[in-house]
Design a protein around this ligand. Structure first.
Ligand code: HEC
Ligand code: HEC
Length: 292
């Protein structure tokens, strides 16, 4: 009977957990399926609507260039369309200097249609909300680089409360402590994302599953974008070799740090035990002494 009960309890707990996860996943999907949010997270880093080419073409008036059926098929499986030898896709790819669009996770036929409705509506506006950031073209100064470095390292906190880049990223110029190992080494990010405009688009709406949830409510401020770009541009231009000592020092300092912590904990726990034990010990001792 007792086992029956605990089995039923287990089932109840599991059902409750399943229900909670269904709600959580459900709400996640629901919010992801708002076309604006989906576009922001999945398309904006490569496309503007009326702001010129990034990695992909400007999508303004795309429905004048291709019919709806083709565009939906394209969004559902760009690599498949390219692979089929479609001449229009081949032309697009050539114009994109060989870049290949990948299928956005979670896209459906329904959502593709909703995205095209959104693109059509935004194309009619004088200035779309998705025209992209207008980063200044002005020359980047050494002060910009320094400001960007401070933002990257976290010595100047990000204005809107986002986490410092160094927590997850590494650049080769950062001294012996190195940076976080979760994210990428950003030394060549400026080149990889094709310069100022591409990097700016990336930072305004990071299409990264790790970064976007953290920066959605704490976006990198417009005024912080240029300094960060200046810093990353300098990293790319210097292109310092990745120092292996950075990794070793990182590990060593970790071990050293753990050792120091152990010593501190040992002291604290030692004191704690003494603090509890001493009176007990004294009480027992004095009792035995009394008896004696
Ligand atoms: C990694 C960059 C990238 C992302 C992300 C991306 N695209 Fe693309 N897109 C491209 C490239 C590049 C092309 C040109 C064809 C090629 O080379 O693959 C393209 C082409 C297109 C076209 C055809 C444009 C034309 O002029 O006919 C449409 C429409 C499109 N993308 C929509 C989207 C939508 C909507 C999303 C988000 C769900 C998206 N793309 C996400 C890079 C991207
Ligand atoms: C919580 C960890 C985290 C933080 C904090 C973070 N990033 Fe990232 N970032 C990532 C991860 C992980 C990736 C790899 C993309 C992916 O798959 O999610 C990435 C990718 C990037 C890329 C794309 C690199 C490329 O070559 O494609 C850039 C640029 C970038 N981050 C810039 C920044 C900047 C600038 C900051 C600080 C303002 C920052 N990140 C803060 C985790 C983080």
């Amino acid at each position: 009977m007792a086992t029956m009960n605990s089995a039923t309890n287990h089932i109840k707990t599991l059902t409750a957990l399943a229900a909670v996860s269904v709600i959580l996943i459900g709400s996640g999907l629901a919010s992801a399926q708002v076309p604006e949010a989906f576009y922001r997270q999945n398309c904006m880093s490569c496309h503007t609507i009326g702001g010129g080419r990034l990695t992909g073409p400007d999508l303004k008036d795309v429905s004048d260039r291709q019919d709806r059926a083709w565009l939906v098929d394209w969004m559902l499986d760009p690599e498949g369309v390219l692979g089929s030898g479609d001449p229009y896709a081949a032309k697009l790819q050539k114009e994109a200097r060989g870049a290949v669009m990948t299928r956005s996770p979670g896209i459906t036929r329904e959502l593709a249609n909703a995205l095209l409705d959104l693109i059509d509506a935004e194309s009619l506006l004088e200035k779309s909300a998705f025209a992209g950031v207008q980063v200044s073209d002005r020359a980047l100064l050494p002060e910009d680089v320094e400001e960007g470095r401070a933002l990257f390292m976290g010595s100047t906190p990000l204005k809107n409360g986002g986490p410092a880049c160094i927590g997850c990223h590494h650049v080769n110029s950062v001294g012996s402590l190195g940076g976080g190992k979760l994210g990428l080494n950003l030394t060549r990010a400026y080149a990889r994302l094709e310069g100022r405009k591409g990097l700016a688009a990336w930072l305004v709406a990071p299409p990264s599953l790790t970064m976007s949830p953290l920066f959605l409510d704490h976006p990198i401020d417009e005024e912080e974008i240029l300094p960060l770009i200046a810093f990353m541009k300098q990293e790319t231009e210097q292109d310092l070799p990745e120092s292996s000592s950075a990794t070793i020092n990182f590990v060593l300092s970790g071990i050293f740090g753990a050792g120091v912590l152990l010593v501190i904990f040992d002291r604290l726990w030692g004191k704690r035990f003494k603090a509890v034990r001493r009176p007990l010990y004294d009480a027992t001792y004095s009792k035995t002494k009394d008896k004696a």
